[in-house]
Design a binder for this molecule. Structure first.
Ligand SMILES: [Zn+2]
Length: 218
């Protein structure tokens, strides 16, 4: 005997108003195949990023498509410049721009009372094998999916360098920045993780397995 279906009362559902949060898609982050990059460019603009479109970027034996040079992020409060103009895969650059504007600026302001003006970084794309781990695997840097951060420049001329002598508020700011990055990136390494990361934060968006859910947050 089939069980009778319970009768659902007809209740009108209240309409939820969804906030307009720009979505960053990561579908092509592994392949980095060149396309017109329209979706990623829109994500960068939504994050307040200024950038130069590079397209196909070659460094040694490594080539990535849809590369951009990230110049700055304006979150409406802070004007955060990336003075080293790191070259990254567009989707990763959009993720970095979001973290900088949504988290790094407000966290620095909250802990130090100053505005975040610059983020000091490595060059972005670096054609090499991984350091500080298994040497046989290709680094996410080679795919443009990683960035190393060495310090933060503040509006009161202070410079917070990772692993330099820091006052308590600056130490807390760095701790909060590192922890917050785990919500954006799939790999977050820094001092204490291994000797190779003594002087910088390493953020990347490595895909492990089928999804981006497996994260290394050290
Ligand atoms: Zn790195």
């Amino acid at each position: 005997m089939p069980r009778p279906k319970p009768v659902q009362p007809q209740v009108e559902q209240p309409r939820l108003v969804q906030p307009q949060i720009p979505e960053v898609k990561f579908s092509n982050i592994d392949e980095n195949e060149p396309d017109d990059g329209a979706e990623c460019k829109a994500a960068l603009s939504a994050a307040g990023a200024r950038y130069d479109w590079v397209g196909t970027a070659t460094e040694g034996e490594c080539t990535i498509g849809n590369a951009v040079e990230l110049l700055s992020v304006n979150n409406g409060t802070d004007m955060i410049s990336f003075r080293q103009k790191p070259v990254m895969a567009c989707d990763f650059a959009a993720l970095m721009a979001r973290w900088a504007g949504e988290v790094a600026g407000p966290v620095i302001a909250g802990h130090t009372g100053a505005q975040l003006q610059s983020i000091t970084t490595g060059p972005g794309i670096v054609c090499r094998k991984r350091v500080g781990g298994a040497q046989t695997k290709i680094s996410e840097h080679a795919k443009g999916n990683a960035l190393d951060i060495t310090g933060f420049g503040l509006s009161d001329n202070r410079s917070i360098q990772i692993m330099s002598e820091l006052v308590k508020s600056e130490q807390l700011a760095l701790k909060a920045l590192r922890t917050s990055a785990c919500g954006y990136f799939t790999t977050v390494l820094g001092p204490g993780a291994n000797p190779a990361h003594k002087h910088h934060f390493h953020f990347d968006f490595k895909k492990r397995g089928k999804s981006y859910n497996y994260r290394i947050c050290e």
